[in-house]
Design a protein around this ligand. Structure first.
Ligand SMILES: Cc1ncc(COP(=O)(O)O)c(C=O)c1O
Length: 477
């Protein structure tokens, strides 16, 4: 039997009081006690932030950093958004905790809003299943697809695609790096080229390259010898194609307008489901609630996450058409997580949906995005290291290349840009700023810009000035 004296007492705990630890002491503790398995140690600079507001993060010395990545698009509506924070506080005071076998109003309302919106847009009835993060929602979608396709476990996905880092999600993400240490899983996807026009064959327009990629994909079904199709019974070996309409981690690559319509024709002809991953590009990042709405196709399953609760509480989920998710085919207990439809997350998400219904986000985001993109084009003109810029809404890209040809990927230069931004010493009008950037792309040389959708015109001007200085510093190094 344990004696009470063996339990930690207040006096043993006192030695763990870190209130006075300065930044260097905290970094030393981090180096000793935090796993390096997450992405903190990707970068040269480990940075501790203390505060956030709107488009800015603040460090311990009060320096302000303009954030152009907003927690990889998990905070599309700005840090400490007053309306969304108030919804969180109301829920905290009323029903913050509830086991997921019981119901609360916010879950039901949120699922209804998402499903009704999908019914209106896609003309299909469907249902919503929540989970805590994008990867977990991807796992749920894999279950749904494998179940509907009677255990078929093979998937198609794009080169450059990213769907998360759980085991199932890594198996359909293109980077072998995420799988290398952990053995094989039977649903590893077959990866198909995405129309990355900037690095596509010379002499082809963007539209032509899109058509070319679809034709190459369609070729797989021409003969049984291409390894995916049995023409005798008319059956594909693959259950679903996982797509990000705009590739996120892959470097904010925007395919041509007609691409998904043409791709979907091939999928429909061969009984392959379309799963659309909106985890990063959803919630008006590209000017529509779902980025697939730009492309005129209807998904069978749609996966969402990140900004649904503006980063205040983990929440993600899937919408699927009724045939795949009705209670007969996907019965109680098919999936579960303790925190799956948690009251805090669903309450904020319900408020997000109301907010989106009241303001014309599409017009706002498209206008700000066009203004920002124009500024990026000016930067491209002034800096040889900017090989390509593009954007849809406020999902913007800037591809950093060697100055000699403005084409060869220049990872070292882009890494210097990130480090320069993190120094927090850029003087603009007598005020010192830092810049928070995220890097993606096939060659890790693309600045993937995802500012707050509430960013002001003055803040976009500030962003362009800061980028101009950081580009200059990284080139001169
Ligand atoms: C397109 C896409 N899918 C899935 C995920 C995984 O989401 P999470 O990191 O919440 O597990 C991400 C995360 O960046 C993503 O960008």
């Amino acid at each position: 039997m344990h004696r009470r004296a063996e339990w930690p007492t207040a006096s043993n705990l006192r030695q763990w009081d870190f209130d006075d630890a300065g930044e260097q002491a905290l970094l030393a503790l981090e180096a000793r006690y935090c796993s390096y398995g997450d992405t903190v140690h990707y970068w040269n600079t480990r940075k501790i932030f203390e505060r956030c507001d709107g488009s800015f993060l603040y460090d311990g010395e009060g320096r302000e950093f303009l954030d152009l990545q907003m927690w990889y698009s998990a905070v599309n509506f700005g840090y400490r958004n007053p309306r969304l924070d108030a919804a969180a506080r109301r829920q905290l005071d009323r029903l913050p905790q509830l086991a997921s076998q019981y119901l609360h109003r916010e879950k039901i309302e949120l699922a209804s809003v998402i499903a009704r919106d999908a019914e209106r847009k896609f003309g299909m009835k469907g249902r919503v299943q929540f989970n805590v993060g994008g990867s977990q929602a991807i796992e749920d979608s894999l279950k749904l697809v494998r179940n509907f396709k009677k255990g078929k476990s093979l998937m198609l996905a794009f080169e450059g695609g990213y769907h998360g880092r759980t085991l199932g999600a890594s198996a359909i993400s293109s980077s072998y790096r995420y799988r290398r240490r952990y053995g094989h899983f039977d649903n590893r996807a077959q990866f198909v080229p995405f129309p990355y026009h900037f690095r596509g064959p010379k002499g082809m327009s963007k539209a032509e390259y899109g058509e070319h990629c679809v034709q190459q994909f369609a070729r797989l079904f021409e003969s049984e010898y291409h390894g995916v199709w049995d023409p005798k019974v008319g059956e594909a070996e693959y259950a679903a194609f996982y797509v990000e309409p705009i590739q996120g981690t892959g470097g904010y690559i925007i395919p041509p307008k007609s691409f998904f319509v043409e791709l979907k024709k091939v999928l429909d002809a061969h009984g392959i489901l379309l799963v659309v991953d909106e985890v990063q590009m959803g919630f008006y990042r590209t000017g529509k609630l779902w980025s697939i709405e730009h492309f005129g196709v209807r998904p069978d399953v749609l996966v969402f996450g990140k900004s649904i609760a503006n980063g205040l509480n983990p929440l993600a989920g899937i919408w699927a058409r009724e045939e795949l998710i009705n209670p007969e085919i996907f019965p109680p207990g098919s999936t579960h997580s303790t925190f799956n439809a948690n009251p805090m997350g669903t309450a904020v998400a319900a408020e997000v949906m109301s907010m989106l219904g009241e303001t014309d986000y599409e017009a706002m985001v498209m206008e700000k995005g066009a203004y920002f993109l124009e500024g990026l084009r000016d930067l491209q003109h002034d800096h040889k290291i900017v090989g390509d810029v593009d954007g849809l809404g406020l999902a913007l890209r800037m591809e950093i290349c060697e100055p000699r040809d403005s084409f060869t990927p220049a990872k070292a230069i882009v890494d210097r840009m990130v480090d320069e931004g993190m120094r927090g010493d850029i003087d603009i009008g007598g005020r010192r700023y830092g810049l928070v950037l995220n890097i993606g792309g096939y060659y890790k040389n693309v600045v993937t810009l995802a500012p707050s959708l509430h960013i002001s015109k003055e803040e976009i001007d500030l962003a362009l000035k800061l980028l101009d200085i950081v580009l200059g510093r990284a080139t001169r190094h």
